[in-house]
Write a protein that binds this ligand. Sequence first.
Ligand code: GRG
Length: 307
Amino acid sequence: MTESDAPASIETPAAFHDHLAQVAAETNDKLNDLLPLPRGKERRVVEAMRYAALDGGKRLRPFLVVACADLFGEPKPRSIRVAAALEMVHCYSLIHDDLPAMDDDDLRRGRPTCHKAFDEATAILAGDGLLTQAFSVLGEPATHPDANVRIAMIAALAEAAGAYGMVGGQMLDLIAESEDLNEQEVSHLQSLKTGCLIAVSCRIGGILGHADPGICDRLHEFGLNLGAAFQIADDLLDMEASASDLGKAAGKDAAAGKATFISLYGPERARERSKSLVDQAVSLLDGFGAEAEPLRQAAKFTVTRHS
Ligand code: GRG
């Protein structure tokens, strides 16, 4: 079947982009609500949080939360709160990653990084504030009336974001600046640094929808494959795209001598690998029907995107 004669219920690439834009706009509105400015002078840290979290980014992690929750008919007002919480954690990681002590970047999402727009100490606090606000949102009854669901989401996100997930991946990334890594080590680093947060976005959508643990594991595995493909695509863009396309510095990995699948095997094999990871991700959705089409399209988008 070609895209043009696909039934309306099956998401096409164009429909996917509209859907992504819609979730991005709803996530932005929710972040705006969930990050109110205090009256006192402490408002500066919330201004920095809002600067880093509002109005930018592809909002892939929020999209995955909503698309996975949609599989189980979970109401949008709940899934969009969880989506905003995931985006807060992602934005915290970007703020801290850009700091002089880490990647030392001046540009993010097409504008000055948080520490450039404010100052280093405020940027550290803004990251801390976003991370903790995410857990506060997940713990609120408005996010889900069932306390067991809230606790399960909090536990899953804490594991994925912490030292046994993304923070551990960032530690490996810093070590990789001074040590050569083999393929297995690169794969482990990327799975922790990038894969864990993407995978838990999918798992949490299942938890929110009271999905069976086996289904939540399958969604998690889908996210890990998608995350691995996403990271290779990111490395290819780092090599091939311009800073103005990316909205952040380009060519940094090669300049830092960091091991990636491209430095290990070259761009062609890296591209093939990313496509086969997308195929693996999509095959994990075989038990679902048309309702999983947004997720299939999201997997394809990870390797066709230009930023
Ligand atoms: C500092 C704890 C800590 C973690 C940092 C996310 C991260 C770990 C570092 C950011 C640098 C980087 C290139 C990470 C790989 C994951 C990745 C590609 C992040 C950028 O995600 P996108 O492309 O960004 O989804 P947008 O701006 O679209 O949200």
